[in-house]
Design a protein around this ligand. Structure first.
Ligand SMILES: C[S@@+](CC[C@H](N)C(=O)[O-])C[C@H]1O[C@@H](n2cnc3c(N)ncnc32)[C@H](O)[C@@H]1O
Length: 290
């Protein structure tokens, strides 16, 4: 199927390329889905707790970096508390109008920007960021072979392609999401692992917090996610994923695999995120670094 695009390439085009959903005129995330970052009662106490941990570490000025910071709501809430902490937002989207001038803002791909920021003491937050990172996906055929999901270049719809052969992808599936049942689908989390390694790499000491739609290996093994999780979002609704930039593409995050991508972490805590009652698939990951 030589003309078909890889899912990752087509998805990247809808994230940072010519068809970028977020950079397009229609790409204000809050038009399409509600995140709980602005209203959550739990997030500020947790960030304060993590900042207190970072405060006990040696290093430069205490800093909070919000990766994929959207409208800057979390940083604005922190700024309102009168904190002396340096506050930095990174997003594909431009600096939101009216954002507190004390908040620094970097417009760019966080996976690249993070490589240019080193030696941070503080807290790195990624709230509903990792699920946006393009990844490969497979569907198992009737003979039990995982086949790559590809994208038709004209309709930009997903199609099932050739058997997966990439040894690193096969090893990831084997370790994190064994694909054993015909017609099950699975997303391959290597790109999310790499993104987490990049953004936690900014930290010299302190803590990193990811909150996202996610799952863990026991759930995956048990079949809870056999249908896969890749969907499109548009104006508050789940829509058929079409990689043309008309909808936001998202897939749940294999949060335990992401955690292992930060080998410098001294402690790791994975929980359900309690501010989302009824959302059993909303998870948090906290890792500390010294
Ligand atoms: C679902 S919104 C979440 C925004 C905010 N964190 C919140 O929870 O309200 C995802 C945000 O991540 C940004 N984003 C996605 N991929 C990104 C990337 N590679 N680099 C920087 N920002 C990115 C999008 O532009 C968007 O503002």
């Amino acid at each position: 199927m030589p003309d078909e695009l890889t899912l990752t390439d087509a998805w990247e085009e809808t994230l940072i390329g010519d068809r970028s959903f977020y950079r397009g005129p229609d790409g204000d995330p809050y038009r399409h889905f509600a995140t709980d970052i602005a209203g959550s009662a739990e997030i500020l106490p947790l960030i304060r707790e993590l900042l207190a941990f970072a405060g006990d570490c040696d290093g430069g000025p205490l800093t909070v970096i919000d990766v994929g910071s959207g409208a800057g709501g979390l940083l604005a809430r922190l700024a309102m508390t009168g904190t002396n902490t340096r506050l930095i937002g990174i997003d594909l989207r431009p600096r939101p109008a009216g954002l507190d001038t004390a908040i620094e803002w970097i417009t760019g791909d966080a996976r690249v920007v993070a490589g240019e920021i080193l030696g941070i003491r503080g807290v790195v937050v990624a709230h509903e960021f990792l699920d946006d990172i393009p990844c490969a996906a497979v569907e198992v055929d009737e003979d039990g072979r995982p086949r790559l999901i590809r994208v038709d270049p004209s309709s930009r719809r997903l199609v099932v392609g050739e058997p997966l052969e990439d040894p690193a992808d096969l090893a990831w599936l084997d370790r994190w999401w064994p694909v054993t049942r015909p017609f099950m689908r699975a997303e391959i989390g290597r790109s999310r692992d790499a993104a987490w390694a990049m953004i936690t790499g900014m930290l010299d000491s302190g803590a990193a917090l990811a909150i996202d739609y996610g799952h863990t290996r026991p759930e995956r093994l048990g079949g809870t996610w056999d249908g896969g999780t890749l969907v499109g979002y548009h104006e508050g609704r789940v829509v058929t994923p079409v990689a043309d930039g008309s909808c936001n593409l998202t897939a749940h995050v294999a949060i335990d695999s992401v955690a292992e991508a930060a080998p410098r972490a001294q402690s790791t805590r994975i929980d359900h995120w309690s501010s989302a009652p009824g959302r059993a698939d909303f998870v948090s990951l906290v890792q500390t670094f010294t």
